[in-house]
Write a protein that binds this ligand. Structure first.
Ligand code: OSB
Ligand code: MG
Length: 374
């Protein structure tokens, strides 16, 4: 049984090494919500809520998540005995719409705590089979094709196994084509539009279709499935859904409607590890590869992504880049590193596999709140 008696929320500020532009906005200073969960015996686990600064990716933000956790989520989980972490998601989802990232922050923390209590690495607790994760990089929208090409060339030289190029109308075909010409026909390139197109842009999307991409991620609206089906029928490149997959049901809809052939699973977006594992299993049964996306997590959220990506059907490289791609210094020890394009799954200690640098977190904290006892 797992029974939480306290959740501490903290907001830290962590500047990215360089600003990152996607079609719907730019991020530079991350506001990160960290959670510290404590059980009835004083055992603790840390987790991260991946809601962003602005509602340009999903409707949630760090501020809505703070309210959702303190007002509605904490009261449902505190002093409630869970037989297994897999039971948490249903409790949080009953008559409680949306707020997946807020729910996931707590749900994943309970998985982390369960791993501590079972004295198992989180990856082993969930049945992970991989000991290292093939790793990709997500490159933001640059001012010119030449600037993008320089970044893409450096990424391949560093060993990344997938190079994802953010695109939007005006920064698309010329940019991707320049990278393809520089890096050659076998370079593992893909594009992510973050909803910047409609079916009226079919001619542009058809040009991208000639560039040998591994996949095109979420070209159409953030909550669309039907039109992605129409688009997938007109492209040979696999469509990968990100924003639209918010639950196992939406993954089933993708299958029913032929709306994509790959899913980017972000545990925050789908409400936690329970739904992530269910989507993973469904995709495995139906022959769709999955990979783990990223939300510019600190080393804490990254630990959960790495553990999740150790499941067998995470066959495409994930957006689980090493700490130094994002931060001057991460908040965990050891920092996440990459060797020959692989991030190692920590299997040497129980729990999430990294230690939180609490002094540093204290220094970076701009607000905190405790819900529960003690
Ligand atoms: O669409 O995958 C996305 C970051 C913020 C919001 C949306 C996305 C992303 C990324 C970053 O692509 C990937 C990473 O964390 O390295
Ligand atoms: Mg995406």
């Amino acid at each position: 049984m797992i029974t939480l008696s306290r959740i501490r929320l903290r907001e830290i500020r962590l500047p990215l090494r360089e600003p990152f532009r996607i079609s719907s906005g730019v991020i530079s200073d991350r506001r990160i919500l960290l959670l510290e969960l404590t059980d009835a015996n004083g055992v603790t686990a840390w987790s991260e809520c991946v809601a962003g600064e602005a509602p340009n990716y999903t409707p949630e933000t760090i501020d809505t998540a703070w309210i959702a956790i303190t007002k509605w989520i904490a009261p449902r989980v505190l002093d409630t005995a869970f037989a297994a972490p897999g039971d948490v998601h249903d409790v949080l989802d009953k008559d409680f719409r949306g707020h997946n990232m807020a729910k996931a922050g707590v749900e994943m923390g309970i998985w982390g705590l369960a791993a501590e209590l079972a004295k198992l690495p989180l990856s082993q607790l969930i049945g992970g089979t991989r000991t290292s994760i093939p790793t990709g990089i997500s490159l933001g929208i640059e001012k010119s094709p030449a600037a993008l090409v320089a970044k893409a060339r450096a990424a391949v030289a560093e060993g990344y196994r997938k190079v994802k190029i953010k695109i939007m109308p005006g920064s698309d075909v010329e940019f991707v084509r320049a990278a393809r010409e520089e890096l050659g026909p076998d370079a593992p390139l893909m594009a992510d539009a973050n909803n910047a197109y409609t079916l009226d842009d079919i001619d542009r999307l058809a040009e991208l279709d000639t560039l040998g991409l591994m996949m095109i991620e979420q070209p159409l609206a953030w909550d669309d499935i039907v039109r992605h089906g129409e688009l997938q029928r007109r492209l040979k490149t696999p469509v990968c859904l990100d924003e639209s997959i918010t639950s196992l049901d939406r993954a089933m809809d993708m299958h029913t409607l032929g709306a994509g052939r790959i899913i980017n699973i972000k545990p925050g977006r789908v409400g936690g590890f329970g739904p992530s594992i269910a989507i993973h299993d469904f995709c495995e049964q139906h022959g769709y590869p999955v990979w783990c996306g990223g939300m510019f997590e600190s080393g804490v959220g990254r630990a959960y992504n790495v553990a999740l990506a150790s499941l067998p059907n995470f066959t495409k490289p994930g957006d689980v880049s090493p700490s130094a791609r994002y931060w001057e210094r991460d908040i965990v020890t050891p920092e996440w590193t990459m060797d020959a394009g692989m991030v190692t799954v920590p299997l040497d200690k129980p729990g999430i596999g990294v230690t939180i640098d609490i002094d540093r977190v204290d220094n970076l904290t701009v607000r905190s709140e405790v819900v529960g006892r003690g």
